[in-house]
Write a protein that binds this ligand. Structure first.
Ligand code: PLP
Length: 429
């Protein structure tokens, strides 16, 4: 006799048999959940409840899986990871070596070296004509801590934080961790993945403490020009208590001769504007962990306290390299952006020739977000198949938001030849 013993029909026939079986299955599920909760409770008894709110970045998991397959001898083309495939320019490398040799090995001020903050302030003025005091600039180990710090300062129970979806996964993770409610601002293909103004108006409530804007956007590659940004700011001006985090980490990678419409242009926002930028993407310095941000007077001291508590200061060597990156020659950066432009054009043209995959035209960053729904596969099935059977690493759309199951993210931080080969391979899916 099988496990259904005791649930055999008596006289009431198949209906009763089915309902008994269903009740058995439910019973089993309940027991399993109870055991799971008990196990989790005893295993993590001392752990803060908040820690279960933290999510992660699937792109790193895709990279690990791709590397594992590559180590087994599979020919992998990596279009998964969000970092430029170029080396940090030589002059920046040399500035770091010099800093080491000159003995610049100690702690620096927690908000960053004064000469680096001065250099960032000058750069902001040079690039955007905006005057920002070095006192309002914070240097952090990468741009990511700015998301962490701003959500912890402005989040918490009872607050709502609006964030782009699909978007950088750390936004939702950190909002949840802060205790605030994450409110997704859905970006749709029909709107070219730009912010939908009506939706934005509808989402803001009395509880909204912060809105996160990311332009150019990861993962879609969408770019909102100055006209669009003006319209968004017009709406935000109606809510003077609402803080804004403008994530501009891809500010220097913009296509088709458009200019970066930084929010630093809007002086009337300065008492509630945080701008995140950094060296990672612009100067191919992801591993150096160096970011800059601009903070309003009323938050900068809190933000700096987080730095003291968390990491003391960014790496001294990286900061000296950062000064050279900003003040030294910029020709490498222009070459890199040109190369991304070529790849974007190629990818956009060639993907749209495929019968089952279509792609919107990216305006910035180094991502494309093709629609794969006609293949009949979900984003995860498509990515798994692409990696395991075709050797092409991509990131499923739902890694960036629950509704993105029709999409995958392609990072074109790989050579044109590799991109060409990757498209050939996925064209047969
Ligand atoms: N913001 C966005 C939209 C990103 O895509 C990333 C990195 O991928 C970051 C912030 C964090 O950048 P960093 O590596 O400087 O911490």
């Amino acid at each position: 006799m099988g496990r259904t013993m005791g649930f055999e029909p008596t006289t009431s026939g198949t209906t009763s048999l089915r309902s008994n079986q269903l009740s058995y299955v439910r019973h089993q599920k309940l027991i399993k959940s109870f055991i799971f909760i008990l196990f989790r409770y005893t295993k993590y008894m001392q752990v803060s409840k908040r820690i279960f709110q933290l999510e992660t970045e699937t792109a790193f998991a895709v990279l690990a899986k791709a590397n594992k397959l590559a180590s087994k001898g599979m020919d992998i083309i990596n279009l998964g990871i969000g970092q430029p495939d170029f080396k940090t320019p030589k002059n920046i490398q040399e500035a770091a070596i010099k800093a080491i040799k000159d003995g610049k090995h100690g702690y620096t001020p927690s908000n960053g070296l004064p000469e680096l903050r001065e250099a960032v302030s000058e750069k902001i003025f040079y690039d955007y004509g905006a005057t920002i005091s070095p006192e309002n600039i914070l240097i952090t180990p990468g741009g990511k801590p700015v998301i962490f710090i701003s959500t912890l300062i402005l989040g918490g129970q009872g607050k709502e934080i609006i964030y782009p979806d699909p978007g950088f996964p750390i936004y939702r993770s950190m909002i949840k961790y802060s205790g605030a409610t994450p409110i997704p601002l859905y970006l749709n293909e029909d709107d070219n993945f730009e912010i939908n103004l009506d939706q934005l108006k509808n989402l803001i409530t009395k509880k909204t403490s912060l809105i996160i804007i990311n332009n150019p956007n990861n993962p879609t590659g969408s770019f909102m020009d100055v006209k669009k940004i003006d319209k968004i700011i017009n709406i935000l001006e109606e809510y003077p208590n609402l803080f804004i985090l403008s994530d501009e980490i891809y500010s220097k990678i913009i296509f088709d001769n458009y200019k970066m419409p930084t929010l630093l242009k809007y002086k009337n926002l300065y008492n509630r504007l945080i701008v995140l930028d950094g060296w990672s993407k612009t100067y191919c310095m992801t591993g150096w962990r160096l970011g800059w941000s601009v903070w309003p007077n009323n938050l900068i001291d809190f933000a700096n306290k987080f730095c003291v508590n968390n990491h003391s200061c960014p790496t001294s060597i990286s900061q000296y390299a950062g000064i050279e990156a900003i003040k030294g020659p910029q020709d490498e950066l222009y070459k890199i952006v040109n190369e991304f432009q070529k790849r974007k054009e190629y990818l956009y043209r060639e993907i749209n020739k495929l019968s089952k995959i279509s792609c919107f035209n990216p305006g910035g960053a180094f991502y494309a977000f093709p629609n794969i729904s006609k293949t009949g596969l979900s984003d995860k099935e498509f990515s798994d198949f692409a990696l395991e059977k075709k050797g092409v690493a991509l990131v499923p759309g739902t890694s960036f938001g629950d509704k993105a199951e029709k999409y995958v993210r392609i990072s074109f931080a790989n050579s044109l030849e590799k991109i060409e080969e990757a498209i050939k391979r996925i064209s047969t899916i």
